[in-house]
Design a protein around this ligand. Structure first.
Ligand SMILES: [Zn+2]
Length: 357
């Protein structure tokens, strides 16, 4: 049987990280057949959220998915969440507490009229939970901030490490000032998203900790961003063996104290690249920096795709219309780590690969 069809053993921890170049999804097995999905992206070959395809492939019953956590509302992290909520109809939706505020509700409402505002998928997800039974809605939605235990079983705990109180207060002020200007709702939607991202600490059994960094960035303010996480009083003082690198390996999310105070030496650092934007991530310097922190750095796919092999005439014509030619490789990459008897086994699928300096 192909390896992707074989589920983990009952007491085995698993983290699967998926990314096609733009998009990120994490699937966790927390023991006893309990599954949690963090963020979502679409597999272009099937048109489905990748988590759904993966769990279906292993014949995981829909009621085994306990939670769907949206770390923040950028489209590269929440594409397909509404479909996941429909399919996993007993799973609860976990969101940053920032999304409970009036200011964000205004943004969501604006996306009904104004497509492309950046909160469309989230609006669809909340609509799935909206229907007739209001009690049901309350039960399926949880808003979290630093200190909140998101999941608890006899084997595992998921603890929320951000956003901090101060981040929440500040982002509301920023958002409302941007909304007031009317034209800038789109900017408002994207502006504060990373700021209020949900980072998670997973404790499995007594010997494994995992840090999921979402897209949380650094700030100069000690009460926000990564320094607030490092200095948080609720943070367990053990060290994590696996780190989902924050913000696609970007320098603006790399706090050295995370490496020295929160991660074991030579921790597994796993990331999804982000190819859109002026500066695709991780850049060459990001890769070098990450490799200086640990020998175990893995990416779900390549930041840049290979240049196409064109003959000279076509090449000349094409260069007239495009500055940089890259072959579009949108295959889904998949990094899987499973822990059996205190040993971690890593498997790489599709374009996923180890990064070396
Ligand atoms: Zn992202």
């Amino acid at each position: 049987m192909p390896s992707l069809k074989i589920p983990p053993d009952k007491h085995e921890f698993e983290i699967s990280l998926f990314g096609p170049g733009v998009g990120e999804c994490i699937v966790l097995h927390l023991g006893d057949g309990h599954w949690v999905i963090v963020d979502s992206c679409i597999d272009r070959t099937t048109g489905n959220p990748v988590a759904l395809d993966y769990l279906e492939g292993m014949s995981v019953a829909p009621d085994r998915v306990k939670q769907i956590i949206v770390s923040h509302w950028h489209n590269d992290h929440c594409a397909g969440v509404s479909k996941l909520l429909q399919y996993y109809s007993t799973a609860s939706l976990v969101l940053s507490v920032a999304l409970r505020a009036t200011e964000f509700r205004q943004l969501i409402a604006a996306s009904r009229m104004e497509i492309g505002i950046g909160t469309d998928e989230l609006r669809l997800a909340l609509d799935v939970l909206r229907p007739s039974n209001r009690i049901g809605i309350q039960e399926r939605r949880t808003f979290v901030l630093c200190g909140k235990v998101v999941f608890q079983s006899s084997h595992a705990q998921i603890l929320c490490l951000s956003p901090s109180d101060r981040t929440i207060g500040r982002s509301f002020v920023e958002i409302s000032s941007l909304i007031e200007t009317g034209q800038q709702r789109k900017r408002a939607a994207s502006h504060s998203s990373n700021d209020v991202a949900v980072t998670l600490w997973i404790q499995f059994g007594d010997g494994l900790a995992v840090l999921l960094g979402s897209d949380l960035e650094k700030t100069n303010d000690k009460e926000r961003g990564w320094v607030a996480v490092v200095e948080s009083k609720v943070r367990p003082k053990t060290k994590a063996k696996i780190f989902k690198v924050a913000h696609h390996g970007s320098d603006n999310a790399d706090e050295s104290r995370v490496w020295s105070e929160m991660l074991e030496q030579n921790a597994y650092a796993i990331l999804t690249p982000y190819r859109l934007g002026v500066k695709p991530l991780p850049s060459e310097s990001d890769r070098i920096r990450l490799c200086s922190q640990t020998a175990e750095v893995y990416a779900t796919t390549h930041t840049h795709t290979a240049k196409p092999d064109l003959n000279k005439t076509v090449d000349r014509v094409a260069r007239g219309v495009a500055k940089s030619l890259r072959r579009l490789d949108s295959r889904m990459g998949h990094i899987r780590l499973r822990r059996k008897a205190s040993e971690i086994f890593i498997e790489l699928f599709g374009p996923a690969h180890k990064i070396s300096a």
